[in-house]
Write a protein that binds this ligand. Structure first.
Ligand code: HEC
Length: 94
């Protein structure tokens, strides 16, 4: 029993810094991943290209897509919004 507890503690000690590294690496491209994943359920990304919407317009657009059925959590919403505002935003705002 004691050995098991020690083993679990050792695994956790090694795993948690690794895990936060992985999370950090993922979040860098998380916006892109989410958009490529979630926003291509119903149409391809050509729909997004050349739109150049403002951040507020993208906010409204994503909300509209959610009402179409896009599965976006609150957390994903802001990640997607940041990504779209930055990469598909108005040229002047870049
Ligand atoms: C559940 C299906 C679905 C998902 C998921 C979805 N969309 Fe859409 N999208 C649609 C439909 C249906 C239309 C066409 C209806 C329309 O033009 O109003 C559309 C059209 C669009 C358009 C073009 C609108 C226009 O006025 O030309 C954009 C931009 C867009 N989607 C962005 C997104 C983004 C960004 C995401 C991811 C957050 C997304 N969509 C996810 C269903 C979806």
């Amino acid at each position: 029993m004691r050995i098991e507890v020690a083993a679990i503690a050792a695994v956790l000690a090694v795993a948690s810094p690794l895990r936060s590294l992985t999370v950090a690496a993922q979040s860098k491209d998380r916006g892109r991943e989410l958009v490529e994943d979630v926003c291509t359920y119903c149409h391809n990304l050509d729909r997004l290209r050349g739109k150049e919407l403002t951040r507020d317009e993208w906010r409204g657009m994503i909300k509209g897509m959610i009402s179409e059925g896009a599965p976006v959590t609150d957390e994903e919403f802001s990640i997607i919004l940041n990504y779209l505002a930055k990469n598909y935003g108005k040229k002047a705002a870049r």
